[in-house]
Every structure is written in C-alpha cells, then in structure tokens.
Design a protein around this ligand. Structure first.
Ligand SMILES: [Zn+2]
Length: 231
C-alpha cells in the first residue's frame, strides 16, 4: 500500500503553486506600477519616475503640469514628462491635455525634447524647408506649444484614424472654447475628413500636412498668446 505524499512535499508543492500564481499575477498586470498605463509598455515613463516620498527634490508640487503628470489617463515618454516638469510646456496646452484626459487615455510622445522633423537633426525655431508647405514657419514644438499624440485609449492612431475613441478626441478638442483651443490641430487624412472641422475650429487641412500626420495627432498653438480660432 502506498503512502500519501509526505507533509514536507505537500508544503513544498503548495509553496511552489502559490509562487507561480503570484508570478502570473505580476505578469498579467502588465508590468504593474512601473508603466505609464496610457502609453504602451516600453514607451511611457518607468519606475524611476515614481513619486516616492524620499525622492522629493523640492520641485513645486501642485502645478497644472504636475497634476497632468499624475493623471493616470495621461501618458508621456520620459522626454515629454521632463518638459512638463521643467515648465517648458505652454499652459494652454497643459489645460487642453487635462481636458482631453477627462474622457480618454492618451500618450504624448513629444513636446519639445525628442521632437525632430528630420531624424538625427535637432529641431530649431523654424520648420525646416522641405517639410511640406510649412517649411520656414515657426516650429511650435520648439517653443513648447505643441504635443504629438500617438496612442488613444491604447490604440495606435496610425491604424485607428476613424476609431470612435480617436474621433472623439477631435470632438473634445472642438468643444474647448475658441480662445483656449489649439489652432494647429492636425491628424491623419481620414480623421480630419470624418470630423469635418475647418480652419475656423483650429484644424489644418492642407493635404501635405495631413499626409505628414498620418500616424499621430498634432495639437499646437501658433502664437505665443491668443489663438487664431474664430470666436
Ligand atoms: Zn507635432
């Protein structure tokens, strides 16, 4: 007659099973606390950006930019987060992003740092010649007045230009009062044509610009003050 499993082996088996379950739970949570949930894994900020009580470096705690950074529906690359922390990002843009984050999760890849029109060439105050008809115009990214959004509600803008969530971001923008709404809103051609907003709402509809933005939404303010939107 065989004896049942020894108590020691039983305890070991239970411990191993619990350990495996714990490991599975940790993996299933998508990287847990270290990810910026509005950005895909590997794009958002990492563990080093967690606000830990002992990592307080005396930075101002309660600004609109810091509140945006703390919003779980807002995701940012490390460079974009740094721009916010450094106060480089225009207050109107911060307010607009907070408004959009009330309804959607999205990921900003670049404000100023890390943005480039030509790979490997650092941005300057003007859009380089050759970037469509806009070449030579002021570069709103350089002045912290523009954001590039590549993901909405976990979906890549590039493949989901007419997805209800991505379209709804456009509608949320259109509802912002004219004097606070971006006046340089550019997105994929299908996104712009489905929404049907015009220049008076802040949309840029030049064909070459739409084609240059077939993979992201660009939200910008053309001037340092005010907007060019019709009232
Ligand atoms: Zn842009």
């Amino acid at each position: 007659m065989r004896r049942s499993a020894s108590p020691v082996r039983l305890v070991l088996a239970v411990a191993l099973t619990l350990g495996a379950m714990f490991l599975f739970a940790a993996c299933a949570s998508g990287g847990g606390a270290n990810s910026s949930p509005a950005c895909p894994p590997g794009v958002g900020r990492g563990m080093w950006d967690l606000e830990l009580p002992w990592s307080d470096d005396g930075a101002p705690a309660d600004t609109a930019a810091s509140r945006l950074l703390e919003d779980p529906d807002f995701g940012a690359t490390p460079q974009a987060a740094q721009d916010l922390e450094a106060g480089v990002v225009d207050g109107r843009l911060v307010a607009t992003l907070r408004t959009v984050a009330e309804e959607h999760r999205f990921c900003v890849v670049a404000f100023k740092e890390g943005h480039s029109f030509e790979p490997g060439v650092p941005d300057g105050p003007r859009i380089p010649e050759g970037y469509g008809e806009a070449g030579g115009l002021p570069n709103t990214h350089y002045f912290g007045r523009a954001a590039d959004v590549y993901w909405v509600d976990g979906k890549l803008v590039e493949d989901n230009a007419t997805d209800p969530a991505v379209l709804d971001v456009g509608r949320a923008l259109a509802e912002i009062p004219a004097r606070r709404r971006p006046d340089q809103i550019i997105g994929p051609p299908a996104w712009a044509s489905s929404l049907g907003y015009g220049r008076e709402r802040g949309w840029v509809l030049e064909r070459d610009q739409l084609e240059l933005h077939d993979d992201h939404l660009h939200l910008g303010y053309m001037d340092e003050r005010g907007t060019r939107n019709a009232r």
